[in-house]
Design a protein around this ligand. Structure first.
Ligand code: AHQ
Length: 248
């Protein structure tokens, strides 16, 4: 278990950035057993559908999380940039947005739009992790909310991995269903750079840099915990209360 070494003086921005990258590179959910099964083509159709249905709750929470961050942010220039994230997810003009693309991913996997919207498949552990993220950003100073989005530094690779592997491993999912991953492969990188610039500038004391690493670790925990719940339920076949019938 890597320990957080307290910084005795503010690391240079370059060293601080390297510490953020190193933490995320080692603990990003691309390394989670559930995601490794996905990347090796070892998930069956129902396991894919359950992942899509559970991640839908994360996706619909993101624009509301970003709206809460905007509400906390008094800086107009930051809001002018950050508001684009809401438009990217909710859509604007002719662009249906990321949530619409995720609904199309669901349809391509055999999930109806209403089933996703009803959130019937969302596991308690997934809901708790996503809500913890939403509440953290809602209740935090806006720089901390931006820092929490920095797991996105590692998101382009995970979207590219899906775009490379799914057509080979899950050919039953039509290509148009992967549009969400296509969108994010480029959007995530741009967003992450924005978030990183704010983080490197604001977290400029030993205490703040230590706090930033704690915030990134929290968000890594959110993503990891979502997949923990899914692994237990859909790989080990131990969903919540699976053994209820054996209780006398
Ligand atoms: O599709 C994702 C997305 O829109 C976002 C927004 C960002 C945030 O504000 O925290 N994080 C994020 C992520 C998305 N996809 C996840 C995935 O594995 O597909 C990764 C996740 C992230 O890295 O935080």
């Amino acid at each position: 278990m890597a320990t957080m070494h307290p910084v005795t003086e503010a690391d240079s921005q370059q060293h601080f950035e390297a510490r953020l990258h190193d933490l995320g590179r080692r603990r990003y959910h691309i390394h989670h057993p559930f995601h490794r099964l996905m990347a090796s083509g070892d998930l069956d159709a129902e396991q894919i559908r359950n992942w899509v249905a559970n991640r839908f709750y994360y996706q619909i929470s993101i624009p509301r999380k970003d709206a809460a961050l905007l509400a906390n942010c008094p800086d107009r220039d930051t809001r002018r940039v950050w508001i684009q994230r809401i438009l990217d997810q909710d859509g604007s003009g002719d662009d249906g947005g990321g949530i619409e693309a995720w609904l199309r991913l669901g349809e391509a996997c055999g999930l109806g739009r209403e089933e996703l919207r009803a959130q019937r498949r969302v596991l308690p552990g997934v809901r708790f992790a996503v809500d913890a993220y939403s509440h953290f950003v809602r209740d935090s100073e806006w720089h901390e909310g931006i820092c929490a989005s920095l797991t996105e530094l590692f998101a382009p690779a995970i979207h590219r991995q899906r775009l490379e592997n799914w057509p080979r491993d899950y050919p039953w999912i039509e290509s148009a269903g992967l549009d969400y991953f296509r969108r994010r492969a480029s959007q995530a990188g741009r967003e992450a750079e924005q978030g990183l610039a704010v983080t490197l500038e604001w977290f400029n004391t030993p205490e703040r840099q230590e706090r930033a690493l704690q915030i990134l670790q929290f968000k890594l925990d959110v993503l990891w915990s979502m997949l923990d719940a899914m692994y237990l339920a859909y790989v080990l076949d131990m969903p919540p209360y699976f053994n209820e019938a054996q209780v006398p």
